[in-house]
Design a protein around this ligand. Structure first.
Ligand code: ATP
Ligand code: MG
Length: 412
């Protein structure tokens, strides 16, 4: 009967090596981000639906067709968060932190999108992300990107990725560009997908991000924003590039990057890889100066990124090794009390130690080998009466008698 119960489509369990890869990504990112001055926040996994529907853009894929939204038992509209930035901005406003800027936020946790599951694309997936709220200088954009680059370096996967950057300009630039796009796409209306047609009036820049093949052919010849940038927007972008060079982060420009969510302006960027097939974007972000205001706060500049933990974990070359444990083996019932003392001493000294609950010496040693234990501490009655135990190095097979009080020091 139990076998009929499968994980919900698009979800997966993290066990063993999968969990170790996942934890390694999060721990590494948290450590590197802390070095850049980012503090971790944990915001709720579900929010009032309006936190997302108002801010991500009503024509974005996420809002149009990917959100897990429902009414709870009290009739409140609830959405499982599809991304992290909106919740962080909501938290900034509701905790009164818009007057204490800058805020530098790191987060990690599950996100939910109703998507067609495939390699690197799930319905429950996990993201790490950082948000730098307050500074409007392009140096902040560069720093956020440099932090992402350093995390990829620390994970040993930077060499598998390429950073692509673009500018979405300021409001005036986008207005002029928008008009140009509407004119262009209107000429090609007949060949556009239904989704893109729906976006033509409301948000034609989103068409640039379409994954539809026919759309992509039309997009290939669409005008780029570079011809429509105001002097200020062009200067912002130029300074970003200078700073990135200063930080030593290699990049290439890609005028097609618009990002999937509507709240971005000026900087947009993606770290992409050729190693994950169609799901090639591992880390993506940009500047979102209007979002905090849409959440009911004052106008507040901000820039950040999010990265898919599953995609980063897949790129890790070698899985982090399973932790090596010490197995404590009492020989006979009367040795069990001494074994417990030894085991707790090891644990309190910070050494991972375990004991099988039952079985004779042979069974217990077999188990120690099976779980890859690095050492066994074997306690027989004779040894205990002499105040020693046999400590066996399971890698080399060497065994020696060690005073009970010295075992932790011996194994460290
Ligand atoms: P994509 O173009 O792959 O759909 P996106 O533009 O929707 O990505 P973002 O909203 O920018 O993605 O999210 C940032 C990162 O989160 C992505 O680059 C990716 O690594 C990861 N991500 C997004 N959606 C999923 C998903 N359904 N499953 C796994 N990872 C995801
Ligand atoms: Mg998507």
């Amino acid at each position: 009967m139990a076998s009929e119960l499968q994980p919900a489509r698009g979800t997966h369990d993290l066990i063993g090596e999968d969990q170790r890869r996942h934890s390694h990504v999060v721990d590494t990112a948290r450590r590197v981000a802390a070095g850049y001055g980012f503090d971790e926040w944990t915001t709720p996994i579900f929010e009032d639906t309006r936190v997302f529907s108002r801010t991500l853009g009503e024509t974005s894929d996420v809002v149009m067709k990917e959100m897990y939204s429902f009414e709870d038992r009290g009739g409140d509209p609830i959405t499982l968060r599809p991304e992290g930035t909106a919740g962080v901005c909501r938290a900034l406003v509701t905790n009164g932190l818009t007057q204490s800027l800058p805020q530098k936020v790191f987060y990690a946790g599950p996100m939910f999108r109703y998507e067609r599951p495939q390699k690197g694309r799930y319905r429950q997936f996990h993201q790490i992300g950082i948000e730098l709220v307050g500074p409007s200088e392009p140096l902040a954009d560069a720093e956020v990107i440099a932090c992402g680059w350093d995390i990829l370096q620390a994970l040993g996967i930077a060499g598998d990725t390429v950073l692509e950057i673009n500018t979405l300009g300021d409001k005036a630039s986008r207005q002029a560009y928008r008009d140009a796009l509407v004119a262009y796409f209107t000429q090609h209306q007949a060949a556009l997908s239904a989704d893109s047609l729906a976006r033509l009036d409301r948000n034609p820049m989103r068409i640039l991000d379409s994954k539809d093949d026919a759309d992509r052919r039309i997009v290939a010849d669409a005008p780029t924003i570079s011809g429509y940038l105001t002097a200020e927007a062009a200067a912002f972008y130029a300074r970003l590039k200078t700073h990135l060079e200063r930080f030593g982060v290699p990049f290439r420009e890609n005028p097609r990057i618009v990002r999937g969510l509507d709240y971005y302006g000026h900087t947009a960027f993606e770290f992409i890889t050729g190693k994950l097939g169609a799901q090639g974007t591992v880390m993506a972000g940009g500047r979102y100066d209007g979002l905090v205001e849409e959440m009911g706060g004052p106008p507040t500049p901000a820039v950040g990124w999010a990265a898919g933990i599953e995609r980063l974990a897949m790129l890790l070359d070698a899985p982090p090794p399973a932790p090596a444990t010490v197995v404590v083996v009492p020989v006979g019932d009367s040795a069990e009390a001494a074994a417990l003392d030894v085991m707790q001493n090891l644990r309190h000294a910070g050494i991972r130690a375990e004991m099988a609950y039952r079985g004779n010496l042979r069974r217990r040693m077999e188990r120690a080998n099976r779980i890859g234990a690095r050492a066994a501490v074997i306690l027989g009655d004779d040894d205990i009466s002499r105040g020693v135990a046999q400590v066996k190095n399971l890698a080399t097979g060497e065994q020696e008698a060690v005073a009970l009080a010295e075992i932790a020091a011996h194994l460290r």
